[in-house]
Ligand binder design. Structure first.
Ligand code: TYD
Ligand code: MG
Length: 402
């Protein structure tokens, strides 16, 4: 038939009752679909889905929770603590795929949560529990059952530290949506992203804080990231980044100290160490900042990972600020990509970044020379090169004869 005659299906998305999860799922779960939630052990996958079960249950959805990994008593206790108890949530300790499938058919729940797919087994399969064939076969079976019964299936999949996805990788083709739950276990922040999503954009980011009462959505991450900042300290610069479609202000710190090592340390935390090397080379060649006998540490505060080049300029400024022992004025933010010629290149969506900066109360911005109009009320320094930035922010002396 002509593609134009296809009747659009009514969007039957169901809210999960967890705001930040809905954001990433672009509205909620779709009946008959399958979602995989991957992440390292201990990051909070069970907590997130138990809270989801509770929220959906209390809004009248029927939920089947398959506790294949923990005992039902343990899950009950945690649900009680999280305030996620609901009559509409049915729990089973079954870890045999046939039993789970037949329960799905018998009960016909709106949502089925399986924690985790690695502990579900198929009796007729000779592979060990958690092996690739077991995981793939069981997942296929449950996905088929979800399609047939119209249940929204949510599977937990563990990912090991080394990023080897024993299981989840082979599942990516089987499911409609793959979510990853990340964060530094020593920090409370957790980031939820979609790496595959058949029903919407994968650009949304969910931000949570792990608290004593479970996961709490963070609607305003910028304020949280900047909460502990000591403004005006040498080596500290704030940069507006865009992560998963969401503008956020993060603090970058640099520390430059005299080294006693033959090959001085370059340590980057939350930032690409190759980009750090590149920025140091540009500083040396194009701004005369020689740090060959200094250790250089760069860190992004709060366990955040900055992967975009838009943070380059802020890193450069932070390094020089630290090495000179001169603080950058607290109300300044900087963004721009640093090129090998020492030039500052444009970054995407500068207007959204600067609006966020202005919302948080920053007054001055350093941006690439050719940036479009900046929001009203912000003082702007348009710089074409790293050298110009450093001179005009008085971090290094300008030499009229250079
Ligand atoms: P969990 O959801 O069990 O992780 P996963 O299923 O991904 O392995 O959560 C693990 C950690 O979260 C655990 O170490 C304790 C912490 N946590 C809290 O800080 N607050 C809470 O309310 C809960 C339930 C867990
Ligand atoms: Mg778990």
């Amino acid at each position: 038939m002509p593609i134009t005659s296809v009747k659009p299906r009514v969007d039957a998305r169901r809210s999960t009752g967890v705001d930040q999860l809905d954001v990433v799922l672009t509205g909620g779960v779709v009946p008959g679909s399958a979602t995989l939630l991957g992440g390292e052990p201990g990051i909070g996958k069970s907590t997130l889905l138990l809270q989801t079960a509770g929220a959906m249950g209390s809004s009248g959805r029927s939920v089947l929770y398959v506790a294949a990994e923990e005992s039902i008593e343990q899950v009950h206790e945690r649900a009680e603590r999280l305030g996620a108890l609901s009559e509409s949530v049915l729990i089973t300790a079954a870890n045999d795929v046939d039993t789970v499938a037949s329960e799905m058919r018998r009960i016909g729940p709106d949502v089925v949560i399986v924690d985790s797919i690695q502990t579900i087994t198929d009796q007729s399969n000779t592979g060990a529990a958690g092996s690739v064939t077991q995981v793939r076969d069981c997942a296929n079976r449950l996905v088929r059952e979800a399609r047939r019964t119209g249940a929204a299936l949510m599977l937990v999949g563990h990912v090991t530290k080394e990023g080897s996805l024993a299981g989840p990788r082979v599942l990516e083709h089987v499911v409609d949506t793959v979510l990853t739950f990340e964060g530094d276990r020593h920090h409370a922040l957790r980031f939820l992203r979609a790496v595959k999503h058949r029903f919407g954009s994968t650009r949304s980011l969910g931000v949570f804080e792990m608290t004593g009462d479970g996961l709490v959505g963070v609607a305003d991450p910028s304020r949280l990231f900047l909460a502990d900042r000591v403004p005006g300290v040498a080596g500290s610069v704030v940069v507006p980044i865009i992560d998963g479609n969401r503008p956020m202000m993060v603090e970058l710190q640099a520390l430059v100290v005299k080294s006693s090592l033959a090959s001085p340390r370059r340590v980057a935390q939350g930032f690409d160490s190759r980009r750090l090397a590149l920025i140091l080379a540009v500083l040396e060649r194009h701004a005369g900042v020689l740090l060959g006998d200094h250790d250089v540490y760069v860190s992004v505060v709060g366990g955040v990972k900055v992967t975009e080049p838009g943070a380059d300029l802020a890193v450069a400024i932070a390094i020089v600020s630290s090495s000179m022992g001169i603080g950058v004025p607290a109300e300044i933010v900087a963004c721009g990509e640093v090129g090998l010629g020492g030039e500052i290149r444009q970054v995407s969506e500068i207007d959204r970044r600067l609006n966020e900066a202005s919302r948080i109360g920053f007054e001055s911005v350093v941006v690439p020379a050719k940036s479009p109009q900046v929001p009203e009320g912000l003082k702007v320094l348009r710089a074409a090169t790293v050298l110009e930035t450093l001179e005009r922010t008085k971090l290094i002396d300008s030499d009229p004869f250079r």
